[in-house]
Design a protein around this ligand. Structure first.
Ligand code: GLC
Length: 662
């Protein structure tokens, strides 16, 4: 059951696909005062949701916000990350789904000020609120997903493993990476191109000196079953003679400041303008430019810096320089020194800048901060719509850094600039189900960590979890330790781990497709499936992946195994050195399981089937038709196996599902 309430005069976000008739406010569970909502957390309620954010699967005990933010330090004291995902599920005496539909900020105090209380405060008085009732969190999520529409489906090759790094700045570097994998027989499907392929960081250009035959390189890689996936940034370099800039300027497609001039901001190329992604014509214009790269043979993209990231604004920079100048002659004391220090740091992504430019959206003019969370959404949506026109029959890979609910229909997301920290592997695990609830299925974090230097064991452990995430990409920042797996002494172990992905692919792809088409989750917290079990709801580092298996990744350094909670009896299947070992059935309860580096453990549910392929060095090698079946129990349920060609768009559960039996 869904109820929709309208407060004030909301901005239409196009997050939902259909709208139930609006009701007058009346609810027993949430108390409404001054457009904020208050709820009771005095029992054992679990609060699930908020998609991409810090902290746990259970969101209790912190203050969260929903404001797309370019912040590369995802530490516990933060309140928001790159996405704005305003959906919560309260599981207590009853189950209640809450969705706040607004393009501006929302503050969630989930037992922070008072551990027994919840408050939800949209920062604008104009918003819509949806309340969804259901028998279980799964049921509420399914209703919500019907409301917001089908999740994005990438081409099947995008379920392969990808190598990325900020710094692949020549054709030979790309060839070297490809050879590093192919020569060592480590599976690979994608190499990602970061801003280095562009000519001075200009969107839709290719540097002619460092990539003299880009088209040829794309073809050469494809011959080896490797797709090149370039990055596109949200800002367009301001440079006379650069056609994209000139055209955008002439047609008036850039966001304007208070004076009606093109708003100037700093990003990678220096001074930039922001295409008004919200304005339909401007957004479509930007989307149409992806054709330049499609025509060179490119089949996938990642959209970045689209919160939008503002390193500085032209005005902010001028003011800061003026103040810094005034400090020059002063004796800097405790106060003035910190003020001085903060001047440069405070330039980026500042609220003043977000309040100083404008969008034309659905025929009206909005100050940016009011519609902030829509920028990444519309950048990605307009690209996806362009692909639909340019390549109607073909699936194009697309994922974004910033997002809000609604964007999940047009692309996936990656989880932004994490670090090579064990705590970020754990954060990655916790974020998967929260994102799935909000419709984001094609997602994953930078495996090995983006910032900082990875260690071999962290990379192996992260890969051992990454084999389950739909986007499986190893990415790292310029200046950090090189992270390509063939560079490590333990490359063989890493190859074994990555190979597990290709064995699991038929199952993972099938479960992904069923989750996308049925509005369900690929990653579920144990608390969703074992609601009566007092312990399952507290487990934050184990997940159900699809209907047949549970995983319990190791996320601590120097651990040779870990304690696993079994909410029901399960059989341990151990991927070890290229083989699958069938080990013991563990009864309900806790058990310590040895998990040496390089082993991937999955726990098979009773009477469920896990189909596995023989693997391959790329998705194209994998035989999706002839599968081995792993199973235990005396009353095995047939497995609904979804298989299609992985390329075209005829998505159909009835047509593509076959029932596998033992
Ligand atoms: C941003 C992206 C990161 C990329 C870098 C350079 O920080 O999040 O993935 O490598 O920009 O383009």
């Amino acid at each position: 059951m869904i109820k929709r309430y309208v407060f004030g005069d909301p901005v239409e976000t196009e997050s939902v696909l259909w709208k139930p008739e609006a009701a007058d406010w009346q609810d027993d569970r949430l108390f409404c005062r001054d457009n904020a909502f208050y709820g009771d957390l005095s029992g054992e309620e679990i609060v699930y949701g908020l998609g991409q954010n810090v902290r746990g699967i259970n969101k209790r005990g912190w203050l969260y916000e929903s404001y797309c933010t370019d912040d590369p330090r995802h530490t516990e004291e933060k309140h928001t990350l790159y996405g704005a995902h305003n959906f919560l599920v309260l599981d207590g005496a009853g189950v209640l789904g809450i969705f706040v539909d607004t393009p501006g900020n929302v503050v969630y105090d989930i037992g922070y000020t008072d551990s027994r209380k919840l408050s939800i405060a949209p920062q604008s008085a104009d918003f819509e609120l949806y309340l969804i009732e259901g028998e279980s969190p799964d049921a509420v999520v399914e209703v919500f997903r019907r409301l917001i529409g089908r999740s994005y489906i990438p081409p099947r090759w995008a379920f392969g493993y990808g190598q990325s790094r900020w710094g692949y700045d020549s054709m030979n570097q790309v060839r070297e990476v490809a050879a590093g994998y192919r020569d060592n027989h480590i599976p690979l499907d994608m190499i990602f191109l970061d801003i280095d392929y562009m000519e001075r960081y200009k969107d839709f250009t290719v540097d002619k000196e460092r990539f003299p035959d880009f088209r040829g390189l794309v073809a050469e890689m494809k011959e080896q079953d490797i797709r090149l996936v370039p990055i596109i940034d949200g800002g367009v370099k301001k440079e006379d003679g650069y056609d994209i800039y000139e055209e955008g300027k002439e047609k008036g497609y850039f966001c304007k400041d208070e004076e009606g001039e093109d708003f100037l901001l700093g990003v990678w190329p220096g001074r930039c303008c922001l295409p008004d992604m919200l304005q339909e014509e401007a957004g479509r214009w930007f989307g149409s430019k992806y054709k330049i790269l499609l025509d060179m043979g490119i089949e996938g993209f990642w959209n970045d810096m689209n919160e939008p990231a503002v390193f500085y604004s032209e005005k902010g920079l001028a003011e800061a320089f003026e103040k810094i100048d005034a400090f020059r002659t002063q004796n800097l004391d405790i106060q003035s020194f910190f003020e001085f220090q903060g001047l440069a740091a405070g330039l980026s992504n500042s609220p003043q800048d977000y309040a100083s430019f404008y969008h034309e959206y659905r025929g009206e003019r909005y100050r940016h901060d009011r519609v902030h969370n829509l920028f990444g959404y519309y950048m990605t949506r307009r690209a996806a719509e362009a692909f639909e026109e340019l390549e109607p029959e073909k699936r194009i890979l697309l994922f974004s850094r910033a997002s809000c609910i609604g964007m999940h229909r047009f692309g996936g997301i990656w989880q932004g600039d994490n670090h090579s920290w064990w705590s970020h592997l754990l954060l990655n695990i916790k974020m998967m189900p929260s994102l799935n609830m909000c419709g984001f299925l094609y997602t994953g974090a930078d495996i090995g960590g983006f910032g900082g230097d990875v260690t071999e064991d962290l990379l192996i452990r992260w890969l051992s979890f990454g084999v389950f995430t739909p986007l499986m990409r190893n990415h790292s920042a310029a200046g950090t330790r090189r992270q390509e797996v063939y560079r490590f002494g333990t490359a063989e172990l890493m190859r074994d781990v990555i190979s597990v992905r290709y064995k699991l692919l038929p199952y993972l792809y099938s479960e992904y497709m069923k989750a996308a088409l049925g509005g369900t989750m690929l990653f579920r917290p144990l608390g969703f499936a074992y609601r009566k079990d007092g312990i399952a709801g507290q487990v934050e580092d184990q997940l159900l992946v699809g209907e047949s298996i549970m995983i319990a990744p190791v996320h601590e350094q120097n651990a040779a195994g870990r304690t696993v909670y079994f909410p029901e009896p399960m059989k341990l299947l151990r991927f070890h050195g290229g083989n699958v070992l069938e080990e013991a059935v563990y009864p309900k309860g806790h058990a310590y399981i040895g998990m040496p580096l390089g082993d991937v453990c999955v726990f098979l549910r009773e009477n469920h089937i896990l189909p596995l392929s023989r693997g391959g060095e790329c998705v194209g090698d994998v035989d999706f038709a002839h599968l081995e079946r792993y199973v235990w129990g005396t009353d095995v349920k047939p497995y609904a196996y979804y298989r299609d060609d992985g390329e075209t768009k005829e998505f159909d559960l009835e047509k593509h599902v076959e029932m596998l039996t033992v």
